[in-house]
Every structure is written in C-alpha cells, then in structure tokens.
Design a protein around this ligand. Structure first.
Ligand code: NAI
Length: 385
C-alpha cells in the first residue's frame, strides 16, 4: 500500500478527540491546551488496555503500540508507517485504528480483539533495523498481539519483522493467502447485501458502480463486479495507475474528483478515509455507499447525513474486514479461509445489521457502532465473572 495517504480523521473516541492535531507543537508543549492528550484519561475513555511507546536508538525507530481489547482473544492489527507531524497525531491515529479493529472483530464474531502499531516515519530511520526491532517487541508480548500489513508496511517490512517473531501475518505462501483479495470479496459481498436490502435483489446487470481508488483492493473489486455483469467505472489520482487498470479490465476511467457527481447505484470508496463530509455528501448521486477505505465518514454525523439523504451506507468497519478474517482464522484456527467463506460471513453480518437498523429506524453506522460497543462490554463482563 505504499504511496497511499492514510486516513486520518479526528473522530470522537468516547468523548475524547474531536480536534485536529496542533499545528504549533512547540507552543503546545509549553502551554498545555485542551488539545493535548492526557494519556491515562484517553485510555480509560476509549476503553484501552494499554498503549506502549517505544524507541530504538540504533535504528531511529519511534513507535506506539495500542492494545484495545483482548477479552475475547489476542489483539490483531497491522503496522502503519507514516510521517506524522506530531506525536499526538500518531497517538490519536494508533488509538483510533486500534479501537476500530476491535469493532471489526466483535461484529464478525472473531475470537480476537483490536490493536494497532504506528511508526513515526523519518527519512533517517533504518527501516530494516526498525522493523526487526519491532519483531522483538511483538515477540516479547508472547502472542498477546499479532501484527501485519498496513499503509507503509508491505511484504519487505513484514519479512524483516518476521525474522524476530512468528506473531505476524505475512502475505505470500507462508501466510494466510492474499489479503487484498479477501478485502475485495468482503466489500463485494457488502455491496450485494446493501442492494438486496434496498431493492430486494442484486440485479447486477442493471447496476452501475463507481470505484474510487484503483489500488490493490479497488482493482480487484472492479474485476469482481465486472465478472457478474455490473457496469463499472473507476478513478485514481495516479493517472498512470488509472490507465493501466482501465486498460486491463477494459472499463471506463473517470476524471479525478468527478466520481462524487457521477450518477450511479453504488459509490465504492477504496482510496482514503475522511472523504465524506459536509461538502462532498451533497454532491453524491448514488443510492449506496460501500467501499474498503477505513473511516470514510469524516465524523459520525456524516453517516446521519447520508441516511437523511436516503443513501444507504454500509459501515466500512463491517465490510472491509476480509483481510482481518483471513489473518485471524489462519493464526487462531489454523486454516486458510476461502474467499467464498469470507464473502458469506461479511455479507451475512451486514444483512443482519441492516435489518436491525431498519427495524430501529437508525442509520446503519450508528447501529453497528453501538452494537460493537455493547458486544465489547459483554465480552469484558464475561471475563470478569
Ligand atoms: P492501495 O494503496 O493499493 O490503493 C489505494 C489507491 O487509491 C492508490 O492507487 C491511490 O493512488 C489511490 N488514491 C489515493 N487518493 C485518491 C483519491 N483522492 N482519489 C482517487 N484515488 C486515490 O491501497 P489498498 O490496499 O487498495 O487499500 C485501499 C483502502 O482500503 C485503504 O484506505 C486501506 O486502508 C483500506 N483497507 C485495505 C485493506 C487491504 O486488505 N488492503 C484492508 C482494510 C482496509
């Protein structure tokens, strides 16, 4: 996923972080402001078990590891390497992402919880040594946390990490199988579920889908949609990539940014998070939003806005869980989950969530978030007793 700008948005975490990071860190250091994170309060509010900050002098590594929940089993979550502007920004990101991983696990009924690791990228950092060091840190946790790929961490980095730990999900023959393929299949199943929920049938041949982001997941999603006869067009800010995928799949490529105005059945964001907000939502001319990108809604209220406009939003933290399902079942149950099984699991979960949300007349993202929080609380209660 190299080159991908990560999805950083500042959602409320249990009443916590609603402000963007300080653009004047030195000032923030001298004069504490409400934007500063009080780490223990933040852990308690977001329900985190622990956050580990660690450095390695030799490699120049600086990193945070957040373990959100292990009441059902070990924490799963990849490593994100990004040039964060401040430590606060990195801390917010690792906590936000770690908590979202727990939401995915509980909703999908996986015997694990959420965690995340972020590295504060620096051109001076010795990448190989840094990831090897992370391997020793993960190994010391003795299986409490399993790591894997994310933005800035691909096969090479995972290989370095794996030199020092077995608690890592590797793409390729030693690992659980292709992760992007699993994610794309989950999103495809999510789109199918949303269409059935809305119109009673998928009726692929009459559907138009616009896919934003033609990277690893987006391109595979286009291919899958084309295979069932949907009319698909795509867009990517990387014009070369867009042309390549458009040519290979023989599909239409749109001009960057025109995707928001395109009349279609489904808009599938598979690039960045934080793309749906006050300005972009009024432009949408689709019936369903369902894609792979994490945290597509800039704030929870934007899910309500979509709902108010009659657009069905399939929560990203339900339908983009294919890679997690594949990684967790490989490590914890010892088998490689097929794409069909992954699609059935994710599609079935979304069917249930959409029905329940309709029953309660609530936006699906709100319903899914609340259900996830209740399941987490239940799991913790069970451990206590
Ligand atoms: P990728 O890095 O392979 O592809 C992303 C593509 O989006 C790139 O081609 C990039 O040029 C394009 N892009 C960036 N900004 C854009 C914009 N504003 N408009 C149009 N295109 C834009 O990433 P990948 O692996 O395909 O993941 C896509 C999204 O899904 C990411 O947000 C990722 O966090 C999320 N995701 C991916 C999973 C996986 O298994 N790879 C698992 C769960 C979530």
């Amino acid at each position: 996923m190299s080159g991908l700008f990560p999805a950083i948005c500042y959602e409320s975490m249990g009443g916590g972080y609603t402000s963007p990071p300080s653009s004047t860190p030195s000032l923030a250091l001298s004069f504490p402001t409400p934007m500063d994170i009080h780490i223990l309060d933040a852990l308690a509010r977001g329900g985190f078990e622990e956050v580990l900050a660690f450095t390695d002098r030799k490699s120049g590594l600086r990193a945070f590891l957040a373990i959100h929940d292990t009441s059902r089993g070990p924490a799963f979550g990849g490593m994100r390497r990004w040039a964060y502007r401040t430590e606060n920004e990195a801390l917010r990101d690792v906590m936000r992402l770690g908590r979202a991983m727990t939401h995915k696990c509980v909703l999908l009924g996986l015997p694990c919880g959420g965690g995340k690791l972020v590295l504060l990228d620096d051109p001076q950092m010795d990448r190989a040594a840094a990831y090897r060091h992370i391997g020793t840190v993960v190994e010391r946790m003795s299986g409490r946390y399993y790591t894997g790929p994310d933005v800035g961490t691909g096969a090479e980095e995972l290989g370095w990490t794996a030199e020092n730990t077995s608690f890592v999900t590797r793409p390729g023959p030693e690992g659980p199988g292709q992760l992007a393929e699993a994610t794309a299949e989950g999103v495809f199943a999510g789109i199918a579920s949303a269409l059935r929920h809305r119109d009673g049938e998928e009726d692929w041949k009459s559907r138009t889908v616009v896919v934003q982001g033609l990277g690893a997941v987006g391109a595979l999603l286009c291919k899958r949609l084309l295979s069932v006869g949907a009319k698909v067009s795509g867009v990517d800010v990387d014009a070369e990539r867009a042309d390549l995928v458009g040519h290979e799949l023989d599909m239409q490529v749109l001009d960057a940014s025109s995707e928001y105005d395109a009349v279609c059945d489904v808009f599938a964001p598979c690039a960045l998070g934080g793309i749906l907000h006050d300005l972009s939502i009024p432009r949408l001319r689709c019936q369903v939003v369902a894609g792979a990108a994490n945290n597509v809604l800039t704030k929870p209220i934007h899910g309500d806005l979509l709902h108010g406009r009659g657009i069905l939003y399939a929560p990203d933290f339900v339908i983009n869980s294919g890679a997690l399902v594949r990684g967790a079942t490989f490590h914890l149950e010892g088998h490689r989950e097929s794409v069909e099984a992954i699609g059935a699991r994710i599609g079935g979960t979304l069917d249930r969530i959409l029905d329940a949300a309709r029953e309660e007349q609530r936006p699906p993202a709100r319903y899914a978030f609340d259900e996830a929080e209740q399941l987490i609380a239940k799991g913790r209660e069970a451990v206590k007793n």
